[in-house]
Design a protein around this ligand. Structure first.
Ligand code: ADP
Length: 664
C-alpha cells in the first residue's frame, strides 16, 4: 500500500552527490561578538580518528575547520594570499564605511550559534540586536511574522509553517496522489482524524478483503505535533483511541512502514536540508549531506507486544536521547546521530546503488515542493501583495525521509523550522548539565546556513564583477584581515569550499513540469480572489471565474454554480482547521481545487483525472488569455467585435484535441 517501487528516471548527475561527506568541519569555537579579531593561525591538524573517509572530502573538512577558526581567507594558503592582494587594492573602504552584507540575527533563536559561525566565515556584518537602518538579510528562528520587514530578504516564507503541518501536508499529498498515483507513492497512505475515521475504517476493510495476508500497522500523529509528541501505533482501525482524537487534537493516521532499512539492526531516518530559494520562479537546492538519526533499541516488526516501544519505532532524537543506549559521538559516522554521507558510504561498500537512491531522493523532494507551492503562493500574495513593499523570501526546510528495505525513500514529514542547533546538553559531572558542541550537527548545519547565505548573497554580482584574482600583493600592516566590508567578504568567498547545496530545480524542471497542475489551478484562484490580502474566494469571485472561463451553459446554470460553491465551501469550513482566516467563510484553495476537479470530471468524463484537470485548465487559460487580450485592446480603444476569434495559439478554447468533452 502506497509503497510501490516505481521511480522517476532522472538525469545522471544527481546520482553520486553526497557520496562523500560535504567536506566542511568548521571549528567549534566559543561565541564571539561580531568583528572580534581572528584567532591566530594554527597549523593544520589531523581530523579525529574515523571522522569520515579520507581523500578530497577529508581534506576539504580539514580546510573548513581552519576557516572556521580563523575567519575565511585570513591566513596562509592561496586564499589568504589572494585576500591580502585584493585587500590592498581598495584602501579606505574597510573600517565600516561600507559594511558589506548586513544580517539581522536578533530573532535567530536556536540557529544563532551556527549563523554566527557562518557569518564569521563569510565576513558579513552581523547585527545581533537588530538595526535601525534596514538590513540586507533577516534571519528568523521561527516565522516570517517575527518582524515588520519591508525590504531585503527574510529566511522564512509566510504560511510555510501552516503549509507543512501534518494535516495540510497530507491533504496536499493526497491531491497529488489522486492526480498522479504512481509518481506520489513515496508518501504513506494517510487519513485525517476525526473527519475521515469512517473512510479510514472502510478503506482498510476493503483492502484487507482484497488481500487477507496484509497485516498493516498504523501510526497516529497529532497535527502540529513535533519531536514524536503524542505519537502512537495501532493495529486495529477500530482502536478506541482513534475515535477519541475527535475530542482531542486533530491528527493524521498513516500506514506504518514496517520494513525499514536497518543499520546495525537499528531503524534510522534521514534529515535532509532543502533550500527553497524562490517560489516564483521555483528554485530548489538540496544539501549534499544531511543527518541520520538512529533508534536505540534493535528493530522488530510491529507486534501487539512491541507497539509501545518508542526507542524501537521512533527515530526522534528528542526521544532517543533519553535512552541509556544513546551514543553521543565525536565522529560523524558512528553513534546515534551520523552524517547521511557516512550511511551512503556504508551502503555503497555493501554494493547498494546509491546513485539511484540520490536520484529518487531528489525526485521526492521536487515532487513534494511541487505539492506545497500552490498553498504557499496563496499565502505569499496575501502577505506580500504585488506592488507593495516587502522582503523577498527563502527558506531552509528539513525533509524527514525513511528508507525502506529495498532502498526506496519515503517521505515522513517536512519541517518548516528544522533544528539548527549545533550543541547538545550533556551531563558534565554528576548532576551538572551543560551544552557541549556536537561535531556532527556542526559539520552539516553550518555548511547549510553558510551556503544558503552565499546563494542569496545580494552583493554577489557586484563582488564577482570586482574580482580580479591575478593581482596579488602583500598587505600593509594597517589593513585588518578581518573587516566586514565587501572586500573582506569577497576574499572570504574565494577561500570557501564549493557549495554544499546543489540546484535541482529548475535544473530538472522538464521532468516534473507535467506535475504542476495544481499550481495552475492556484493561479486561477489567486486571479479571482479580488481583494488584496485575502486567502479565500467569495461567491462573487467564484461566479466571475465560471463566467469568465465560460464554464456555465444550459446544462450548468449559474444557480448550479452557486450550489456547488456553497456545498464545497461549507464542507471545508466545517472541518475546522483554518490557520489562515478563522471566521472567514469563503472558499479556501483546497476547496477551490476540489470544485475545479469536480468541474473537470463533469466536462471531460472519459479521461483519467489528471487529463481532465489539464484539459479544463487549458480551456480556462485560453478563455482568460482571450479576455485579457480584449481588455488590452479596449484600453487602446480598439475593441474587437463581440465574439471575435480567439487569439493565435489559443485556437481550441473549447475542447482538447482528440477528446470530445461532455457538457457540464
Ligand atoms: P514528529 O514531527 O512528531 O517527529 P514524524 O512524522 O517525524 O513526527 O514521526 C516521528 C517518527 O515516527 C519518525 O521520525 C519516524 O521514526 C516514525 N514514523 C513516522 N511516520 C512513520 C511511518 N509512516 N512509518 C514508519 N515510521 C514512521
Amino acid at each position: 500500500m502506497g509503497t510501490g517501487t516505481g521511480t522517476t528516471e532522472m538525469g545522471t548527475e544527481p546520482a553520486g552527490v553526497g557520496m562523500e561527506p560535504a567536506g566542511t568541519e568548521p571549528a567549534r569555537e566559543a561565541e564571539e561578538p561580531p568583528g572580534s579579531p581572528a584567532l591566530p593561525a594554527e597549523p593544520p591538524q589531523a581530523g579525529p580518528p574515523g571522522a569520515g573517509p579520507p581523500g578530497e572530502a577529508g581534506r576539504q573538512r580539514q580546510r573548513q575547520r581552519e576557516l572556521g577558526r580563523r575567519g575565511a581567507g585570513a591566513g596562509q594558503g592561496p586564499g589568504g594570499r589572494a585576500a591580502r592582494g585584493r585587500a590592498r587594492r581598495a584602501p579606505g573602504r574597510r573600517g565600516g564605511e561600507e559594511p558589506g552584507v548586513t544580517v539581522d540575527s536578533s530573532k535567530a533563536k536556536t540557529s544563532l550559534e551556527a549563523l554566527k559561525i557562518s557569518l564569521r566565515q563569510l565576513r558579513w556584518k552581523e547585527f545581533p540586536f537588530g538595526r535601525r537602518l534596514p538590513c540586507d538579510i533577516y534571519w528568523h528562528g521561527v516565522s516570517f511574522h517575527d518582524n515588520n520587514i519591508f525590504s531585503g530578504q527574510v529566511n522564512k516564507f509566510p504560511g510555510m509553517m501552516e503549509t507543512v503541518r501534518k494535516i495540510t501536508l497530507s491533504r496536499a499529498m493526497r491531491t497529488m496522489q489522486d492526480l498522479f498515483p504512481l509518481e506520489y507513492n513515496f508518501y504513506p497512505r494517510s487519513w485525517i482524524l476525526p473527519e475521515e475515521l469512517p473512510l479510514f475504517v472502510a478503506e482498510v476493510r476493503v483492502l484487507r478483503a482484497s488481500d487477507p495476508s496484509w497485516q498493516p500497522t498504523f501510526i497516529v500523529k497529532p497535527d502540529g505535533g513535533c519531536q514524536g509528541d503524542g505519537i502512537y501505533l495501532v493495529k486495529d482501525p477500530r482502536d478506541g483511541r482513534l475515535a477519541g482524537s475527535g475530542h482531542g487534537r486533530p491528527a493524521v493516521v498513516q500506514e506504518y512502514i514496517c520494513k525499514p532499512l536497518l543499520m546495525d539492526k537499528l531503524k534510522f531516518d534521514i534529515r535532509l536540508y532543502v533550500l527553497l530559494k524562490s517560489l516564483e520562479p521555483l528554485e530548489i537546492y538540496i544539501a549534499k549531506d544531511g543527518l541520520s538519526r538512529f533508534c536505540t533499541e534493535p528493530y522488530q516488526e510491529p507486534t501487539l507486544k512491541n507497539l509501545h516501544q518508542v526507542f524501537m519505532h521512533l527515530t526522534n532524537y528528542s526521544l532517543n536521547i533519553h535512552s541509556e543506549n544513546f551514543i553521543h559521538s565525536d565522529s560523524v559516522n558512528t553513534g546515534s546521530k551520523r552524517t547521511f554521507s557516512s550511511i551512503l558510504c556504508r551502503l555503497s561498500s555493501r554494493g547498494a546503488d546509491v546513485k539511484k537512491l540520490w536520484s529518487d531522493i531528489i525526485s521526492l523532494v521536487i515532487k513534494t515542493i511541487i505539492a506545497l507551492t500552490p498553498e504557499l503562493k496563496v499565502y505569499y500574495q496575501s502577505d506580500i501583495p504585488a506592488g507593495k513593499p516587502g522582503p523577498t523570501c527563502f527558506q531552509i526546510l528539513g525533509f524527514d525521509i525513511l528508507l525502506m528495505k529495498n532502498l526506496k525513500p519515503m517521505l515522513l514529514e517536512v519541517n518548516a523550522n528544522p533544528s539548527m542547533r549545533i550543541e547538545h546538553e550533556q551531563e558534565l559531572s554528576p548532576g551538572v548539565f551543560g551544552n557541549v558542541p556536537s561535531p556532527v550537527d556542526e559539520e552539516v548545519k553550518v555548511a547549510v546556513i553558510r551556503d544558503t547565505l552565499r546563494l542569496v548573497d545580494p552583493q554577489k554580482k557586484k563582488r564577482k564583477d570586482a574580482q580580479c584574482p591575478s593581482l596579488e600583493r602583500v598587505p600593509e600592516p594597517s589593513e585588518s584581515p578581518l573587516g566586514a566590508g565587501p572586500d573582506a567578504a569577497r576574499d572570504a568567498e574565494a577561500a570557501l569550499p564549493s557549495l554544499c547545496l546543489k540546484q535541482v530545480f529548475p535544473k530538472y524542471a522538464k521532468q516534473f513540469s507535467h506535475l504542476r497542475l495544481v499550481d495552475r489551478v492556484a493561479k486561477l484562484f489567486i486571479r479571482f480572489l479580488g481583494v488584496k490580502g485575502t486567502t479565500k474566494l467569495g461567491p462573487t469571485g467564484f461566479r466571475t471565474f465560471v463566467r469568465n472561463c465560460k464554464l456555465s451553459n444550459s446544462n450548468f446554470s449559474m444557480a448550479a454554480v452557486d450550489i456547488l460553491y456553497i456545498d464545497i465551501t461549507r464542507r471545508w469550513n466545517s472541518m475546522g482547521i483554518d490557520h489562515k482566516e478563522p471566521g472567514n467563510t469563503g472558499m479556501c484553495l483546497q476547496a477551490f481545487v476540489e470544485a475545479f476537479f469536480c468541474l473537470a470530471q463533469k466536462k471531460y468524463k472519459s479521461l483519467p483525472l489528471h487529463e481532465q484537470v489539464a484539459s479544463l485548465l487549458e480551456f480556462c487559460e485560453c478563455h482568460l488569455a482571450a479576455l485579457d487580450e480584449r481588455r488590452l485592446l479596449w484600453g487602446w480603444g480598439a475593441l474587437p467585435a463581440r465574439g471575435a476569434a480567439p487569439q493565435p495559439g489559443c485556437a481550441a478554447p473549447t475542447e482538447p484535441q482528440g477528446h470530445q468533452a461532455g457538457r457540464l
